[in-house]
Design a binder for this molecule. Sequence first.
Ligand code: CA
Length: 484
Amino acid sequence: MKRRDFLKSVAMGAASLAMPRGILAGELFKSKPNIIFIMTDDHASHALSCYGSKINKTPNLDRIAEEGMRFNNCFCTNSICAPSRAVILTGKYSHLNGVIDNRMKFDGSQETFPKLLQKAGYQTAMIGKWHLKSDPTGCDYWNVLPGQGAYHNPVMIEMGQRKKYTGYVSDIITDHCLKWLKAHKGGKPFCLMYQHKAPHRRWEPAKRYAKLYEDLDIPLPETFNDDYKTRSAAAAAATMTIERHLTRSDLKMDPPKGLAGQALKKWKYQRYIKDYLRCVASVDDNVGRLLDYLDTAGLTENTVVIYTSDQGFFLGDHSWFDKRFMYEESLRMPLLVRYPKEIKAGSVNNDIVLNLDFAPTFLSFAGVAKPAEMQGRSTLPLLHGNTPKDWRTSMYYHYYEYPGAHMVKRHYGVRTKRYKLIHFYRDIDAWELYDLQKDPSELKNVYGNPEYAPIVKQLKAELARLREQYSDSTGGVNPKKPRS
Ligand code: CA
């Protein structure tokens, strides 16, 4: 053994002695950092310039990527607001944490990462959009929007007390975070959940951004006129098209008289996407304010800053707004992590990571072993630039909210680095397969193409394995009683 290797193994041995059970060498930060978890609502990664957006710039969010790590393949396990939030808090799939769709109330008595961090000596706070119907638990301080909350002059519930504020929601949530950070004293590390409402529907911008992009035409996405020709009937059944399902309240004005067909669809897209991006702008500038504060307060070095959104979003892709489907734009989440002490600036990770991994990751930041019931895995080795040999090479997805808003049929599926197999069920029994290498835009369903028969067989076996691994036996065709 070379001297350097010997010293390394001694150091690792010593470190492992000090480690809590369930945490491996290389899965621990050297000191307990502060954690700021920034989550927005419905911010697709293709609307961040650090992910190559063709439609906007996000200089402040890009800072987190430039000074930290960008994850290119972070996916959610159920692409809808409340379910993703419940997965993030618990590290468990929807069928186990109980929030399978937006109608369910989160059972706050179950184990969550804020509770475990609190037990480990962290000061915890949850400020902004919560969206889980029950009150936050495991938080020393909470101040949340009721339900979806309002963009302008929002009411917030501070530790059970309702109060109305004057101003724009992204600014107000950030003001509360800064106030809480400034008051934080006592030497304890903290975990702040800083959660925006923007850019959720109905996309009401701050006054300062009302005219942003006014004289521009935002480019159309490549799949704007997807005709769903090779897809199952699930695509055409969804009620979330730019053409027919944006309401007067979404568009905020009537279309010019005489517009029809493609011209009308394009007009609606411009109305929609500009307001969406204006809402993103208010997230970007406010995150900039927070990062600046960390700099001036001397907190940057010792604070992990995470940026994500609860899921992705269709930005006119496949003719849609909204999310829910297992297709890329909705499945993919932005994930940026900065921690100057231990994460290399400007680094990029391409492994498959999930919202399921967030809770175990945050626990490992604090040196807390994850409970056995948590199904995700800490991404900390990835953040150190070392992907474990047994890191996952496939992910499991399950969406349930049907019948329901936007009528996206229930489906589950598996995604590997190259392929995606989806099974739509309940009042339909249809499979779709995409070869993401040949068809990254998922325009050509190749399920049923004999060339792919061996792949289908492998993926079905992998899907069965994952369903077994995550104890998911829910979902079937034509169940006698609707599952809820
Ligand atoms: Ca959402």
